[in-house]
Design a protein around this ligand. Structure first.
Ligand SMILES: NC(=O)c1ccc[n+]([C@@H]2O[C@H](COP(=O)([O-])OP(=O)(O)OC[C@H]3O[C@@H](n4cnc5c(N)ncnc54)[C@H](O)[C@@H]3O)[C@@H](O)[C@H]2O)c1
Ligand SMILES: [Zn+2]
Length: 369
């Protein structure tokens, strides 16, 4: 991933007066231009991303006339909490941040969600710049403006819509991302192909090996196209009235798996991979998805080293019970996004108990291995 090889890509997120650009490049140089000039900036990072990238980001900002302060929090989902939010807000006051200051979220989705939420409430809202460093954050959490934190009672229970001034993707940061985290991010990429773009899905199949090698040119295209798809969906439905639901393909079961196994046993993308295979099974029964298409998706997920079957001793009932509490469920009946074919999905399906359980049996079956 050499510097200056000219593969910068810009994706515009079109949200009226809150529109912004996602810049995808081989280094921080160009991507930080969008931060503007000369104010106080607080760089928020976690204990993995901070030591790796804080100096480079700080130098870039200082070269643009910013005065930087820095706060590092422990890596991991448990930092997306009220006490870390409090620490950031207090640090912001002590560092003298005012209404014109900038919060820079340098990390994965945890830092983006937490930092974005802090920026949305500090002095009733200051600017923030997203520098996503995990693949999941680059293709998903940094795009769309949802920010928030967890409560002991559940994930993402407190939050706000707060759009960044810009999203700066430095592809070189992916070189240090652990393999399992990287592959987990690929599950969301596969999802974009299924929900929106058959050609893109074909590209992922064709470039599977290049993706596993983290080839920079292929990644620039894949991240750019994923951002375009998410941005297009969000632009049509910023506050989740309808279409945005399609971004949840595979997520009904994924959320249940994460809750039942406890967060961390399956990474989010791994749970999404299982959820996609499950949603495909339901789609075959309810929506006319061909078994060939289903097989192609499963092969691609497996090619990326993602799980496509669930251990047979995992019981259905606890998972089904969590599905009833899904935010999209009405009167305990989960609403599904289902695929007609690769590249075309519909949302709002209610599915019979028999079909839900039959798809689960199929996911647990060794023929799916
Ligand atoms: N706001 C949204 O729309 C949205 C969408 C999807 C997910 N999310 C949220 O995103 C979070 C998950 O994001 P995530 O998967 O990025 O988790 P994460 O932020 O915990 O990052 C995963 C791990 O990778 C490390 N890491 C990140 N970048 C690295 C790099 N370049 N080099 C080395 N290590 C690196 C992190 O320190 C962490 O240990 C969840 O809290 C989820 O709720 C939000
Ligand atoms: Zn997801």
């Amino acid at each position: 991933m050499g510097k200056g090889d000219g593969m910068e890509k810009v994706v515009h997120v079109d949200l009226a007066d809150r529109g912004y650009d996602i810049r995808i490049g081989p280094d921080f140089g160009s991507t930080l231009e969008a931060a503007g000039e000369g104010r106080a900036a607080l760089i928020l990072a976690d204990s993995h991303t901070g030591p790796l990238y804080r100096d480079a980001v700080c130098h870039m900002l200082e070269n643009n006339g910013f005065i930087c302060s820095y706060l590092e929090i422990p890596a991991g989902e448990s930092s997306k909490c009220l006490s870390q939010l409090g620490a950031i807000l207090e640090h912001a006051v002590e560092a003298g941040l005012d209404r014109k200051s900038l919060l820079v979220a340098l990390g994965g989705g945890v830092i983006g969600d937490l930092g974005g939420f802090a920026a949305s409430v500090y002095l009733r809202g200051i600017s923030f710049l997203q520098i996503p460093t995990s693949l999941l954050a680059m293709v998903d959490s940094a795009v769309g403006g949802k920010t928030g934190i967890n409560l002991p009672q559940g994930k993402n229970l407190v939050g706000a819509f707060h759009q960044p001034v810009s999203v700066a993707v430095n592809l070189a940061t992916l070189e240090t991302l652990p393999e399992r985290e990287y592959r987990s991010g690929l599950a969301e990429v596969v999802k974009y192909g299924i929900i929106y773009d058959e050609d893109f899905f074909g590209y992922l199949e064709k470039e599977q090996d290049a993706l596993l090698r983290r080839d920079a040119a292929v990644l620039a295209h894949v991240i750019g196209r994923s951002c375009e798809i998410k941005a297009a969906v969000v632009a049509q439905d910023e506050r989740e009235g309808g279409l945005r639901a399609i971004l949840n393909y595979g997520h009904t079961l994924a959320h249940a798996i994460e809750a039942v196994f406890g967060y961390g046993v399956y990474l989010h993308g791994e749970a999404v991979s299982l959820g996609i295979v499950y949603a495909n099974c339901v789609s075959e029964a309810r929506c006319g998805l061909s078994s060939d298409a289903s097989r192609r998706v499963q092969d691609l997920l497996e090619g990326f080293g993602l799980p496509v079957h669930i251990p047979r001793d995992v019981e259905w009932n606890p998972l089904r019970a969590v599905m009833s509490t899904d935010k999209k469920a009405q009167r305990g009946v989960p609403k599904f996004v289902l695929a007609e074919r690769i590249g075309a999905v519909q949302f709002g399906f209610e599915v019979s108990e028999e079909a839900l359980e039959a798809a689960y049996r199929s996911l647990a079956s060794p023929d799916r291995q």
